[in-house]
Design a protein around this ligand. Structure first.
Ligand code: ARG
Ligand code: ZN
Length: 472
């Protein structure tokens, strides 16, 4: 409703306006982005999602994905239009049961106009019926939907969701999930959380996965293919489900030798980070050619390349540490990425110490010495690296140096209290680097501004390595 259209003397129009409830008259479109300065169009404004129900069908031979997403949300403003982030072809949208108009815009925006405006602070149910071939869709010139010889996977950061489900695609809007996917018999569908049930008919098998704890969109994964599945329960009581592509070739042995230690590593990490926050743990190794791993919640994605050089428990430790630092406590915005990567790297240093392969302090000294003062490494500020450097080495390695510097500044007792207390203090929520500093200062009982400025924000090499002699 544009008020400027009501010209003076246009009595008929004015009385029509008066007949509309105030909330509707005030309704405006939701923003096409949630307000992240790194990625202006990621996420959307005007609503908050609580649950995604995805009921899909996938054909590996053609890469066709089709089905229905039912999104439960709550409005945070009155809306006459709102967006979802999505790339596949939409055939129907319903809002609170009524057919809604829809259009696409920008790189990945689905604009939805409900039949009548939505009042602020009310529940809304959005049904999106869709189909498409994800590998043929791109935004910003690329796709992160990866086909494999026997299927496909969705696992990437920060972009993955819009190739397979419509969402409010930003880590600050976490939700629970039911992901149900039918695939031809012999193919499996893997996702986050627990496998609630499977059913077979007409040559198709349907896998029903549930994530009952809040989960960020980029941590929601889908793997389609032919897998060997292993299940176990850790000594600490955490159910573990891992899956290995049947075609890992030479990497099969090293992949299993690493990922099968998930339960042991989850229990070991619990000693530092507190109780494991989810009802299931595990990972999957599809036969992709991509080179990274990703901490997809409860079901980590590993590339076979991680195991090409032999067993690699360090990457397992990294991705499992993210279950606390990243998945349980998620970043408020993408600039807070140090809260994920600095701590996941630091967990690898603690594991190295545990394995007798060098202490955290030794690895910190080595890392500092490996980067001379004129190395551009030091020009990246881990506390606000910018979108182009979000996954730069400095975010990980200087990020872990910052953690070691914190440890040396506050002493081991306080440091390990912070490390374990932080996930509990923001369980299943979101937090920023500033929130972490405030929390650490609260536990330490003193300002840590100078330390954070030096290690997270200065764009030169700190004068002192992160040594214990710096302890104040
Ligand atoms: N968070 C991931 C990790 O465990 C990094 C993923 C980076 N994304 C990518 N496409 N390489 O470190
Ligand atoms: Zn990481």
């Amino acid at each position: 409703m544009h008020r400027r259209l009501i010209a003076p003397g246009a009595l008929a129009a004015a009385s029509l306006l008066l007949a509309i409830p105030a909330s509707a008259a005030e309704a405006s479109p939701g923003a096409p982005g949630i307000g992240d300065p790194y990625y202006p169009y990621y996420g959307n404004g005007g609503y908050d999602v609580s649950h995604y129900d995805l009921r899909l069908t996938y054909r590996p031979s053609t890469d066709e994905l089709s089905g229905t997403a039912t999104i439960s949300a709550r409005t945070t403003q009155s809306l006459n239009r709102f967006n979802l982030d999505f790339l596949l072809d939409v055939s129907e949208v319903r809002v609170n049961g009524n057919a809604a108009r829809f259009a696409t815009s920008g790189e990945h925006e689905l604009e939805i106009t409900p039949k009548s405006p939505l009042a602020k602070d009310t529940p809304v149910t959005v049904v999106v019926r869709y189909s498409g071939v994800p590998s043929t869709k791109s935004a910003y010139g690329f796709t992160t939907w990866h086909r494999t010889p026997d299927g496909a996977i969705a696992a990437d950061e920060p972009e993955a969701a819009w190739w397979w489900f419509p969402s409010n695609d930003h880590p600050s809007d976490k939700a629970t999930y039911d992901v149900s996917v039918a695939v031809p018999d012999g193919t499996q569908a893997l996702s986050n959380g627990t496998l609630q049930s499977t059913s077979s008919q007409r040559g198709w098998t349907r896998y029903n996965w549930r994530q009952n704890k809040p989960q960020a969109t980029y941590l929601t994964t889908l793997a389609l293919g032919r897998f060997d599945v292993t299940t176990a329960t850790s000594d600490g009581g955490v159910p573990v489900l891992n899956a290995y592509s049947k075609d890992l070739g030479d990497n099969d042995g090293a992949a299993r030798a690493s990922v099968e230690r998930t339960g042991e590593i989850v229990d070991w990490l619990s000693g530092y980070l507190g109780p494991y926050p989810f009802s299931s743990a595990g990972g999957y190794v599809p036969n992709t050619t991509t080179g990274y791993a990703l901490e997809t919640q409860t079901r980590v994605y590993y590339s076979p390349k991680q195991f090409a050089g032999g067993s690699n428990t360090s990457v397992v430790v990294h991705e499992l540490a993210h279950q606390w630092y990243g998945d349980d406590v998620s970043i408020a915005g993408w600039k807070d990425i140090w809260l994920n990567e600095g701590f996941a790297r630091y967990a690898q240093w603690l594991w190295s110490e545990h394995e007798g392969e060098g202490t955290a302090q030794e690895l910190a000294d080595y890392t500092y010495a490996s980067h001379p003062a004129d190395d551009p490494f030091w020009t990246v500020a881990p506390g606000d690296p910018g979108p182009d450097n979000q996954f730069a080495a400095a975010v990980y390695d200087r990020g872990a140096l910052a953690v070691q510097a914190l440890r040396n500044a506050v002493g081991d007792e306080t440091f390990f209290a912070i490390l374990k207390g932080w996930p509990k203090s923001h369980a299943y929520g979101n937090a920023s680097v500033g929130d972490f500093r405030a929390y650490a200062e609260g536990v330490a009982g003193r300002s840590l501004k100078a330390l954070f400025d030096t290690w997270l924000y200065d764009t030169v090499r700190p004068a002192q390595p992160a040594v214990a002699s710096a302890r104040g």
